[in-house]
Write a protein that binds this ligand. Structure first.
Ligand code: ZN
Length: 201
């Protein structure tokens, strides 16, 4: 039985959902369902006033993310990055980050100030550009997601200590929801992700 869900049912998953720690696989097929999936990702991102959302944040194993630096469908540019590769890091910059999978949690993260990004748009055009500022930060944060890395993993030891209690609260809430049957088992999650990989990767 197919477990390729209707994209309209996708929701943002929160830490420590196992899909957030998973390495995403490159996408090799684009079809109508993937277009609907990306539309749904933008919708979910705007609902939470986010500026970026990676596919594994909606429990999908695909190597892609969406972004709009204005967090508003009426403003800014809607960007889709498929199979992003980051290179040529330059400089260093510290700024506060948040994440839709860690709602209400913020922390300072040091990242390269400028990077080069290579990726593909939904229409198959190549993106190859040097980026800096907020766009560089969003691209690095979202590409980290696709490698199973969350922003607290990039925080300083002292910064991370300060949020440890909050992370424990997220873990307790996740365990509680799983006990109630609201979150599938690891095996069920994995079976669904494999089906998406077989179809798109
Ligand atoms: Zn995030």
């Amino acid at each position: 039985m197919s477990q390729l869900l209707d994209p309209a049912t996708l929701q943002v998953v929160k830490f420590p959902h196992p899909t957030l720690g998973r390495l995403s696989k490159p996408v090799r097929r684009v079809d109508a369902r993937l277009h609907s999936t990306i539309r749904r990702m933008f919708e979910l991102m705007y609902q939470s006033n986010g500026v970026g959302l990676a596919a594994n944040q909606v429990d999908l194993p695909l190597r892609l993310f969406v972004a709009n630096l204005k967090a508003d469908p009426e403003e800014g540019e809607e960007m889709v990055f498929i199979n992003p590769v980051i290179s040529r890091p330059k400089g260093s910059d510290e700024a506060e980050e948040g994440c839709l999978s860690l709602p209400e949690l913020y922390g300072n993260v040091v990242r390269p100030k400028r990077v080069h990004v290579q990726a593909y748009t939904l229409s198959g055009d190549e993106i190859s550009q040097d980026v800096e500022g907020m766009l560089a930060r969003v691209i690095q944060h979202e590409t980290d997601h696709l490698d199973g890395i969350l922003f607290p993993d990039r925080m300083s030891v002292t910064g991370r200590l300060a949020i440890e209690v909050t992370l424990d609260e997220f873990s307790a809430e996740f365990a509680g929801r799983r006990d109630l049957g609201e979150i599938p088992s690891d095996q069920q999650i994995e079976a669904r992700l494999s089906e998406w990989e077989q179809h798109y990767c």
